[in-house]
Design a protein around this ligand. Sequence first.
Ligand SMILES: [Zn+2]
Length: 176
Amino acid sequence: MRKIKQVKKLIIHHSAANASRSSLKEILRWHEYRGLAEEGFTAYHWYITTDGRIIANRPEQYQGAHTYGYNQDSLGIILPGDFRWQIPTSHQIESLINLLVDKIKQYNLKFWQIYGHCEMKRLFVLSTTSTACPGNNLYKLLSDIRREVAKKSGQWENSKPTLRKVYERIKIMLRR
Ligand SMILES: [Zn+2]
């Protein structure tokens, strides 16, 4: 497995299948079939069960295989469920927020470095793939989740979007 030099993004996914049919074991089987698994790990770093247990999978120092073009500097977090039609459990959301706060602190990130998979379109390369991941019902919650993470990690007071900050943010995005 390749190493991650520096974690710069936290990317959220759903399994696009019923939670009862997308256990880690099941996902590992899909990923093995699709060539995304490595050394017995799924493509993701973290898995959050419907009852809110946070389970580590691929070790964080290694690149995952969850977001085409962005695996070199991101951690992948998967919530089992198909959030195109279903709704994540409150346990999942609560645990997701806690995990994100931990990672934000650990890697010295800003709350807006949290993304849904569907937001990671390549900036300058015409991409033919598009994705509904993490499903609209979870995607709709993302701005609230980011705000909650910002509050819990002490970033909210300083997050007024001044023009200077917007420019800084664009610069960082372009540096990807
Ligand atoms: Zn995804």
